[in-house]
Design a protein. Structure first.
Length: 196
């Protein structure tokens, strides 16, 4: 009986730790996507919880960031915080939350790219997958932009995606890719910063 109780206790502890580490491992954008999904299902309490965690993670990332859009991210975190009471009361429309999250996703992606650009060539070389992932975040949120900005951004994203593919190459090929991609990445960061 004692061994059974120990096993049961160990199992519960393991389950709890797995749950806690899963919540900690989830990215800012993952938590915010979860909030949108729960909002669409009409789960007000779940939306509020995911939004609270997502906002805290967003603030933490923004405060520790060296990107040029840090202040805009902190401002958006404040906007998301103001939606939590509405979510708790079941009065938050999923469309409003979806638009807010799309804007945040674009800013997160652009700010992370800005942080890498701030390190010069060393921030770009070997970071093709990270940059591609952040370009994907920007693209995912771009539907909230006006058609002109969306079209311009689409062109820049296409250019940058091609250029960053070479950043994992060694020697001169990687350096050329860094030079080619830094201009289009910088233009994307500027465009997102001015559009949101």
């Amino acid at each position: 009986m004692k061994n059974y109780m120990l096993s049961l206790t160990a199992a519960f502890c393991l389950l709890f730790l797995t749950h806690v580490s899963f919540a900690q491992d989830m990215s800012v954008e993952g938590l915010l996507d979860q909030a949108v999904a729960l909002s669409e299902k009409g789960d007000g309490a779940g939306t509020a919880e995911a939004l609270t965690k997502g906002t805290a993670a967003l603030e933490s990332e923004a405060k520790g960031s060296t990107g040029t859009l840090k202040d805009k991210l902190l401002s958006k975190a404040g906007d998301l915080k103001s939606l939590i009471p509405l979510a708790s009361g079941g009065k938050l429309q999923s469309g409003i939350l979806g638009k807010a999250v799309s804007a945040v996703k674009m800013l997160i992606g652009a700010n992370r790219i800005s942080s890498l650009l701030g390190k010069g060539e060393s921030g770009l070389l070997g970071n093709a997958s990270s940059l591609t992932s952040n370009l994907g975040l920007i693209k995912a949120g771009s539907s909230i932009l006006g058609s002109d900005s969306q079209s311009k951004l689409g062109g820049l994203l296409g250019e940058a995606t091609k250029a960053v593919g070479g950043l994992d190459k060694k020697g001169m090929a990687g350096k050329l890719a860094a030079t080619a991609s830094s201009k289009s990445l910088g233009s994307i960061v500027s465009l997102v910063g001015s559009a949101i």
